[in-house]
Design a protein around this ligand. Structure first.
Ligand code: HEC
Ligand code: HEC
Ligand code: HEC
Ligand code: HEC
Ligand code: HEC
Ligand code: HEC
Ligand code: HEC
Length: 413
């Protein structure tokens, strides 16, 4: 297919590569025949947004809960570009990222990315300078992905196609880096943003093709951030009843409340996005209905895949390996996390351990004494560096650390 060829065209060796990739968008604009063909199969993915009302309605009545929700990483996980939402710097010098890699030290050619805040928006530009010749490829940041706990990646629209930008922001060190999975030494603007990416990082976008790798969307359908209805389902019936019969049982029953589901259904709501990415999909992105068994939407991950940790952590798989989870019937993600409030300091979660354990039972209690209650977390859920490569920037490999959700006894802790 045209697009696959295109993508391959985007990876290669410098300096040919720069020229090739800088030309990519022009080429993809010409693939409108393919686009029209894909548009023909829209019906297959027409999951409806009927009954959804948006966060504003919920905020009106659930003020306290909703105000704290607005500060959470879930709510902020995708945003419109702005001075507040983009965390990377546009100040001179720190707005430049040199492109390292084969050929980059060739003194005749200078390759770099430039991040600029202009009146029309925020731009990433790849520049290849060789003597008097200067080649550039510039795209505007249209969507910010990531609240910035670890970092952010940016997306741009080309017509109704959505692509990832080559430069991301890395919170540790407050700096620009090559986007995850991008080859160092390349300026690739041709990486498509697929519906699954949006499913985990936004409330909704309508794909214009059934192809799971498509990047064709109805632009205006995009609803940024994860919203109340992502977890509570369509809110129109509940809102209507709370207005006509406030506080009634019927009104409460008209909205999904995960705490009333079985433990499996509760965990599956989180597993939609917190289960790593290794599984086979049975239905297109945004088909999932909270409270329905997740195996109607995904086939189980291949054996062995569940234990893999990548930058998109697999908290569900790891927690489910814990004796705490296996030996109790009540532990869910909500035992520790209130998704309506921003995260607290890790150590403060220790009081959740004490819901089920007496501190005296810990083998270390005799050594440490009563002050052991201040921090059960770092010994039993240590931060660990993952094998997954986040970025290769300027020849250096960046990894990240994640909180291991297998609650256990770790040697050396
Ligand atoms: C007109 C006011 C009103 C609006 C608008 C409203 N709610 Fe409610 N909601 C209530 C009241 C009152 C209750 C019952 C008391 C409580 O739990 O806070 C309730 C209860 C709930 C519950 C718990 C139901 C249960 O099982 O007991 C959930 C979940 C909920 N609302 C979610 C939402 C969401 C999501 C939205 C936006 C789509 C929303 N509400 C909009 C008034 C409202
Ligand atoms: C629609 C996808 C989605 C669902 C459903 C979801 N999450 Fe998340 N969650 C995310 C994403 C994406 C992030 C990273 C947000 C960011 O920092 O940009 C995240 C981050 C988090 C964090 C870290 C927040 C922080 O401040 O670092 C916690 C804790 C969390 N989720 C718990 C849960 C729990 C518990 C559930 C189930 C009740 C759940 N999530 C359901 C997508 C989801
Ligand atoms: C299966 C769901 C899923 C998919 C698909 C997914 N992500 Fe994520 N992403 C997450 C979760 C969950 C986190 C929070 C990290 C964690 O688990 O600790 C996250 C974290 C991130 C972060 C860091 C956020 C922060 O605040 O530090 C970025 C940036 C990001 N994802 C970008 C993307 C992009 C771009 C795509 C698609 C090309 C994508 N992700 C696909 C679920 C997903
Ligand atoms: C990531 C998923 C997620 C999102 C987003 C989310 N909720 Fe919830 N909500 C839950 C879960 C899970 C529970 C059940 C918590 C429990 O088991 O204690 C819940 C419970 C509730 C309840 C019942 C409260 C109670 O204490 O009994 C209300 C009301 C509610 N949510 C409203 C909202 C509103 C309003 C928003 C948006 C501002 C929102 N939720 C966003 C997952 C979510
Ligand atoms: C919902 C109840 C519950 C919560 C909350 C809970 N645990 Fe457990 N935990 C258990 C049960 C039940 C066992 C199994 C005990 C047994 O079989 O004797 C267990 C076992 C353990 C073990 C032994 C693990 C092993 O592999 O041998 C450790 C360590 C532990 N828990 C630490 C913690 C820590 C630390 C926390 C807080 C982060 C925590 N637990 C929270 C219920 C819980
Ligand atoms: C026994 C308590 C406990 C349970 C149960 C639990 N978590 Fe956590 N979780 C934590 C602690 C502690 C942290 C670290 C918070 C921090 O560093 O500020 C954390 C962090 C996270 C993060 C941020 C990851 C990171 O590395 O920064 C995500 C995402 C998350 N949890 C999701 C989940 C999901 C999904 C579930 C259910 C499958 C779950 N958690 C169940 C205690 C728990
Ligand atoms: C300094 C690290 C450290 C801290 C802090 C710590 N633990 Fe432990 N914990 C251990 C080690 C090591 C063991 C295994 C010791 C042994 O078997 O003698 C253990 C064992 C346990 C066990 C299993 C006991 C058994 O006999 O199966 C539980 C439950 C437990 N810890 C809970 C906790 C709780 C709850 C806290 C916080 C109040 C906590 N731990 C704080 C290191 C720690």
């Amino acid at each position: 297919m045209t697009c696959r060829l295109l993508r391959q065209g985007c990876v290669g060796l410098l300096p040919t590569l720069i020229v090739l990739t800088l030309g990519c968008a022009r080429l993809s604009a010409q693939s409108s025949v393919t686009i029209r063909q894909e548009l023909g199969s829209v019906a297959a993915t027409s999951n409806s947004r009927d009954g959804h009302t948006g966060d504003a309605a919920c905020i009106a009545c659930h003020k306290k809960l909703a105000t704290s929700y607005l500060q959470t990483a879930h709510h902020l996980t995708s945003q419109s570009p702005g001075n507040d939402s983009i965390l990377g710097s546009f100040a001179p010098v720190s707005n430049t990222l040199p492109i390292a890699g084969p050929g980059a030290d060739d003194s005749k050619t200078r390759l770099y990315f430039l991040m600029e805040a202009k009146e029309e928006g925020f731009y990433q530009t790849a520049v290849a300078e060789s003597g008097a010749r200067k080649l550039t490829r510039s795209e505007r940041i249209d969507i910010v992905v990531g609240s910035g706990v670890r970092g952010q990646t940016y997306l741009y629209w080309h017509g109704n196609q959505l692509y990832e930008l080559p430069v991301s922001y890395w919170t540790e060190g407050h700096r620009w880096i090559n986007s995850p999975g991008y080859k160092d030494g390349t300026a690739n603007f041709g990486r498509r943003a697929a519906p699954r990416c949006m499913e985990c990082h936004a409330t909704y976008i309508r794909a214009l093709s059934a192809d799971p790798q498509t990047n064709l969307y109805e632009k205006d359908s995009l609803v940024l951030g994860i919203s109340c209805e992502s977890c509570h389902g369509p809110g129109v019936p509940h809102v209507a009843l709370e207005r006509s019969a406030p506080g009634s049982q019927a009104a409460a029953a008209a909205v999904l409340n995960p705490s009333r589901w079985t433990r499996d259904r509760q965990i599956e709501l989180c597993a939609l996005c917190h289960n790593g990415t290794q599984r086979e999909e049975l239905l297109p992105a945004f088909s999932y209905v909270p409270g329905k068994p997740l195996d109607q939407f995904f086939a189980p991950a291949p054996i062995g895949a569940a234990s893999q940790i990548d930058v998109h952590g697999n908290q569900v798989g790891l927690l489910q390996q814990s004796r705490c989870y296996l030996s109790s019937s009540t532990m869910t993600c909500a035992t520790c996390h209130d998704v309506h409030s921003p995260e607290q300091k890790a150590a403060s979660y220790s009081d959740r351990c004490l819901l089920c354990h007496r501190w005296q039972i810990c083998g270390m209690a005799r050594k440490i004494g009563g002050r052991i209650v201040e921090n059960c977390i770092d010994c039993h859920m240590p931060m660990q560096e993952t094998e997954a490569i986040v970025s290769v920037t300027a020849g250096k490999i960046l990894h990240t650390s994640i909180r291991n959700h297998r609650i256990a006894i770790y040697p050396g802790q």
